[in-house]
Design a protein around this ligand. Structure first.
Ligand code: ADP
Ligand code: MG
Length: 223
């Protein structure tokens, strides 16, 4: 049986990393095999591209070049991490994926929607999340959390450094993606305690992908 591919999307500080870790623990408690990964990055070469992008070195090249770099990193990540895991029956929880390109470079970078569609089709080669959680909250709440997480002294990365209106538009871009792909996306209201968000995610998962939350996989199923 192949694993399920679940992605987490949303703005800075929405709680993606927090909730992925909580979900990983719950799935592992049911003896499910899980890999946690992230984008940009997730594989050694893709992490090198991540560093280049998040240091802001690609910004001057414009959103199209940035989108190509994200796509290159994504191809490596899909080929070397995501697909091998899914094939061996391991579930993949991914912190950001193609929807982030759609939101950041597409909606915010003003890249043409048809171009984003084509790039995504070529990059993903049919690999599509079974389920995408879009963690939604007011941009200022997320930025406030992200600022506290960073602590003092550490600078914001390429995207955290954009202004509030950028992050407000980002929120709307994710909500538009959720409306465009309702069969795949679930919007989670994330401006509430982490325990509550965790339960809401678990209930949504039980509805959408019951085989993950109901049964502990027997070791022999994997063979
Ligand atoms: N529901 C929540 N309420 C308050 N703070 C939260 C919540 N979820 C996460 N945090 C805190 O906010 C910060 C950002 O969360 P994180 O999971 O890193 O967000 P993201 O990965 O989406 O950027 C972290 O310090 C985290 O501990
Ligand atoms: Mg994170």
């Amino acid at each position: 049986m192949t694993g399920c591919f679940i992605t987490f999307e949303g703005g800075e500080g929405a709680g993606k990393s927090t909730q992925i870790e909580r979900l990983r623990r719950r799935l592992e408690a049911l003896s499910q095999s899980v890999v946690v990964t992230r984008e940009p990055g997730g594989s050694p070469d893709a992490e090198r591209i991540r560093a280049f992008i998040l240091e802001g070195r690609a910004k001057a090249l414009g959103p199209f070049a940035e989108a190509l770099l994200f796509a290159a990193a994504r191809i490596d990540h899909i080929d070397n991490v995501i697909v091998p895991a899914l094939r061996r029956g391991t579930h993949v929880l991914c912190d950001r994926f193609a929807d982030s390109t759609r939101a950041y470079q597409g909606a915010l970078g003003n890249l043409d929607g048809a171009l984003i569609d084509s790039l995504e089709r070529i990059t993903l080669k049919g690999v599509k999340p079974d389920l995408t959680f879009i963690l939604d909250l007011p941009a200022e709440v997320g930025l406030g959390r992200a600022g506290r997480r960073r602590g003092e002294g550490e600078g914001a990365d390429r995207f955290e450094g954009e202004d509030l209106s950028f992050h407000q538009a980002l929120r709307q871009a994710y909500l538009a993606i959720a409306r465009a792909f309702p069969e795949r996306c679930v919007v989670i209201h994330a401006d509430r305690p982490a325990e509550e968000v965790e339960d809401i995610i678990w209930n949504a998962l039980s509805e959408r992908l019951p085989r993950l939350t109901q049964h502990a996989a027997r070791p022999l199923d994997v063979a």
